[in-house]
Design a protein around this ligand. Structure first.
Ligand SMILES: NC(=O)c1ccc[n+]([C@@H]2O[C@H](COP(=O)([O-])OP(=O)(O)OC[C@H]3O[C@@H](n4cnc5c(N)ncnc54)[C@H](O)[C@@H]3O)[C@@H](O)[C@H]2O)c1
Length: 307
C-alpha cells in the first residue's frame, strides 16, 4: 500500500503524476459513476462527481464511500486511505464544473439522446485539451461523439461493475477519435491499475455483446421453465467457473440497463439472437430493476444503518 499524502495514488497501478491528467469530472453519480469516482480518487485524481440534483449526487458520494469501505474490509485499502480518497471527491449539480477537467467520464443512463445532449453541452464548457469519455456499455461511440463540437476528442472508456474490483477497461475509439485521445484514455485507465483492451465501435463492443447474450439466454431458460433461477445460477457458476450466476449478475448490472443494451444489439445487427426475453421487459415495467431498486430476480432488503 502506498503512502497517504497529496495526490499520490493510494492503490496499485502506475503513478498518474506522470500523466497530464489530474482532474476528473464524472457526469452521472449512479452505480458506475460512483465507482469510477472512488477508483479515480484512489488513483490520485481530484474528482468532481456530478448528477442532475443534490439528492442523486449525494447518494453517489455515499455509494463511493461504501465501495471504498468495502475495499478496506477486504484489506485492499487502509482506513486512512479511504478517508484521503473521499477527501478528493466533491459533488456538483450540472456540468459547469467540467470546465477545468482533464478527462470527463460520462456515466449517465444508457440512452443515446441523454448522452448526445450531455456531449453537446460539455463541448461548450470544457477546454481544448479535455478528453470526453463515455462509459457506455453498448451505444455507438461515434453516434455519441457526433453530438460534440470536436468528435475527435471523444472516446469510449468502458469500466466494469463493481469498478474497484474489476480489472478490465475496454477502450473504444469512435470513427473520428484521434490516436492521441485513445492513448491518453488508455493511459488514464492503466494509471488506475486496470488492464486495457481495445475494441472497434461495433454494437456492444466485445464484452457487452457477450454478457447480454449470456444473461438473455438465462432469462429465456427461466421463462421457458428449463430450470429454476437458483439452479441456472449454480449451473453457470459450477459448470463454467463463473464467479456469479447470470441472475445475480443481471441484478447487479440492472435489468433496465440490460434491456437497453439488448435493444442496441438488436438495432445494430437485426439478428434474432438478440431478441429480448419478455420476462426481462415485464420485470423492468414492474420496477424490478435488480439491486438498485431493492428487487430483481432476488430480493435486496435495505441495509440497516451501522449494520
Ligand atoms: N450498471 C453496470 O453494471 C454498468 C457496467 C458498465 C457500464 N455501464 C454503463 O454506465 C452508464 C451508467 O450506468 P449506471 O448503471 O451507473 O446507471 P444508473 O442508473 O445507476 O446511474 C445513472 C445516473 O445518471 C444520472 N443522470 C441522468 N441524466 C443525467 C444527466 N443529464 N447528467 C448527469 N447525470 C445524469 C442519474 O440521475 C443516475 O444517477 C450507462 O451508460 C451504462 O450502460 C453500466
Amino acid at each position: 500500500m502506498t503512502t497517504v499524502s497529496g495526490t499520490e495514488p493510494l492503490e496499485t497501478g502506475s503513478d498518474p503524476r506522470q500523466s497530464v491528467s489530474r482532474r476528473i469530472f464524472v457526469a452521472g453519480a449512479g452505480i458506475m459513476g460512483s465507482g469510477i469516482a472512488a477508483q479515480a480518487a484512489l488513483g490520485g485524481y481530484a474528482v468532481t462527481l456530478e448528477d442532475v440534483n443534490e439528492e442523486f449526487a449525494r447518494r453517489g458520494l455515499d455509494n463511493a464511500r461504501r465501495a471504498l469501505e468495502s475495499a478496506s474490509k477486504r484489506g485492499k485499502v487502509s482506513p486512512a486511505n479511504v478517508q484521503v480518497a473521499l477527501g478528493r471527491i466533491d459533488v456538483a449539480i450540472g456540468l459547469r464544473r467540467a470546465e477545468g477537467a482533464d478527462i470527463v467520464v460520462e456515466a449517465a443512463p444508457e440512452k443515446l439522446e441523454i448522452k448526445r445532449a450531455l456531449f453537446e453541452e460539455l463541448s461548450g464548457i470544457v477546454g481544448p485539451s479535455t478528453i470526453l469519455a463515455t462509459n457506455t456499455s453498448s451505444l455507438p461511440v461515434t453516434s455519441i461523439a457526433s453530438a460534440a463540437v470536436d468528435p475527435g476528442r471523444v472516446v469510449g472508456i468502458h469500466f466494469f461493475n463493481p469498478v474497484l474490483q474489476m480489472e478490465l477497461v475496454e477502450v473504444i475509439p469512435g470513427l473520428h477519435t484521434r490516436p492521441e485521445v485513445v492513448a491518453r484514455a488508455s493511459e488514464f485507465a492503466r494509471s488506475l491499475g486496470k488492464s486495457v483492451v481495445t475494441s472497434k465501435d461495433t454494437p456492444g463492443f466485445v464484452t457487452t455483446r457477450a454478457l447480454a447474450v449470456l444473461g438473455n439466454e438465462a432469462a429465456w431458460m427461466l421463462y421457458e421453465g428449463t430450470a429454476t433461477k437458483e439452479d441456472i445460477d449454480v449451473a453457470y457458476k459450477l459448470g463454467f467457473h463463473h464467479p456469479m450466476g447470470p441472475f445475480e449478475l443481471l441484478d447487479l448490472v440492472g435489468l433496465d440497463t440490460t434491456v437497453a443494451i439488448l435493444d442496441v444489439l438488436w438495432d445494430g445487427f437485426r439478428d434474432s439472437k438478440y431478441r429480448t426475453c419478455p420476462l426481462l421487459r415485464s420485470m423492468v415495467a414492474a420496477g424490478k430493476l435488480g439491486r438498485k431498486s431493492g428487487s430483481g430476480f432476488y430480493e435486496y432488503p435495505p441495509k440497516v444503518a451501522g449494520a
